[in-house]
Design a protein around this ligand. Structure first.
Ligand code: ACO
Length: 423
């Protein structure tokens, strides 16, 4: 690929292009400000590449999502979450012995320092679990202050301890005793055990739920430079430690326009149900420019034809509810909303399709996960992606501290007026 030419006030600047493995073209503007004094302005960064990355490929027009070259459909069908973590972080699928060693470490590091349990006591039972999770992840930096000196070990610690932290925050919020991790269970089964076992009763992890959770985590494991991942890379670009960088990602994911959407989807479906099940009224509200209401779980910055993860989850939602014998009226509302919206000119024109969050909430709720806790599950799934992206940014010689520019629109220089003369 050649160069791009930019003409600014008669000055012509030749800008080199960078071409990715899938023929994506980027115009390298790193010399723009030095040569012309101008910067580019791109609200929401929709046209801006912030890095080169070998981790995840998305083609939003074609509905393609691949981790390290492997199609999400194949990984969802065949891989365990532990394998996907290894793949994202190390770049290749593990051989049997590598996977065994990886899983052994995931198990071995799953306990948290006993003192950390005291930190949970400072939160009110009503605390949002994303606030607790981000606080607890950054608190790990106080127990492992040299995280950036032994990165691989701390990556394993973070991956192994995150489900334990999440499950303790849940148990605390409902006033139940904490359940310790079990080394004989898989990553996902252990998490379900810590969430739902109670000392007074036998608890056996349902294979249906275990499979569904594994799939949900795999589907959420990475999604290239989205809001939370860019946050992780941005925090990491200042050489902040692993725990601080990932805690930043958890906070970014919390927002309802990002990972928090799955909680909002369920709240929206419940609201429609309680309001007489008139889903058409809500489709009309979403179309009304004077009404701030949006159909949660619809639309995506990148996917403009369909979200491949939503396609897989739609099928799984049916299977899980079927196998568990759950008849959820909210799923019927979801299906009706989807049908009506997909036939509606407003949604067709704007290429608004159900995204991954539209179905994940229905499955989480069938699993017994409370609505406020959904985004925590998203965070657990996204953890290996954040880690891989943080590591890639850290290891790349091209990484500089992330520091965007701005176009200043405030007042020009004006003299300070002393307080007694301001009236
Ligand atoms: N309901 C109704 N209208 C919508 C919706 C929606 N869910 N999403 C977008 N639109 C409309 C906008 O009003 C706008 O219309 P206009 O052109 O007439 O002004 C147009 O579609 C484009 O929308 P933008 O907000 O410019 O699209 P953007 O790419 O910035 O936003 C986003 C994407 C944030 C996901 C948006 O679609 C949205 O708010 N969806 C609902 C929240 C949601 O489900 N978030 C989860 C995203 S997936 C994830 O994080 C895993």
């Amino acid at each position: 690929m050649g160069t791009a030419k930019l003409t600014l006030d008669g000055q012509v600047l030749e800008l080199p292009t960078v071409v990715g493995t899938e023929d994506e073209v980027g115009i390298d503007i790193s010399k723009l400000r030095k040569e012309t004094g101008a910067i580019t302005l791109d609200y929401g960064y929709g046209n801006t590449g912030s890095c080169e990355s070998a981790i995840t490929f998305i083609d939003g027009e074609k509905g393609i999502l691949r981790y390290r070259g492997y199609a999400i459909e194949e990984l969802a069908e065949q891989a365990t979450f532990a394998e996907v973590c290894y793949l994202l972080i190390h770049g290749e699928l593990p051989e049997r012995s590598q996977l065994d060693a990886f899983v052994q470490k995931l198990t071995y590091h799953s306990m948290i320092h006993e003192d950390m349990k005291k930190l949970f006591e400072g939160f009110p039972p009503t605390a949002h679990p994303m606030a607790v999770l981000s606080s607890m992840i950054v608190s790990l930096a106080t127990y492992y202050p040299h995280a950036n000196e032994n990165v691989d070990l701390n990556i394993m610690r973070l991956l192994a301890k995150a489900p334990t932290l999440a499950a303790i925050s849940y148990k605390k919020s409902i006033g139940q005793p904490v359940v310790y991790p079990r080394n004989d269970l898989s990553y996902t089964a252990n998490f379900l055990h810590m969430m739902f076992a109670v000392p007074a009763e036998e608890y056996t992890v349902s294979p249906v739920l275990d499979r569904a959770l594994n799939l949900l985590l795999v589907l959420h494991a990475d999604h290239e430079q989205n809001c939370s991942t860019s946050t992780v890379r941005m925090v990491g670009s200042s050489d902040a430690n692993l725990y601080a960088s990932i805690a930043g990602g958890v906070c970014a994911l919390w927002g309802p326009l990002h990972g928090g959407a799955n909680q909002r989807v369920m709240e929206m479906l419940a609201r429609i149900y309680e309001d007489g099940n008139d889903y058409r009224k809500y489709v009309d509200k979403a179309k009304d420019r004077n009404d701030p209401f949006r159909l949660m779980g619809f639309g995506h910055r990148v996917y403009k034809n369909f979200d491949p993860r939503a396609k897989i989850l739609k099928r799984v939602a049916d299977e899980v509810l079927d196998e568990l014998g759950i008849d959820n009226p909210l799923l019927d509302i979801a299906k009706n909303l989807e049908r009506v919206a997909l036939e509606d000119e407003y949604f067709i024109e704007r290429k608004l399709y159900p995204n991954v969050d539209f179905y994940s909430g229905i499955i989480y709720s069938a699993m017994g996960i409370p609505t406020r806790f959904f985004t925590v599950l998203f965070a657990l799934g996204r953890l290996p992606g954040w880690i891989a992206q943080w590591k890639e940014g850290r290891d790349s010689p091209k990484t500089r501290i992330n520091r965007p520019r701005q176009i200043y629109t405030g007042p020009k220089l004006r003299p300070y007026v002393p307080l007694d003369r301001r009236g």
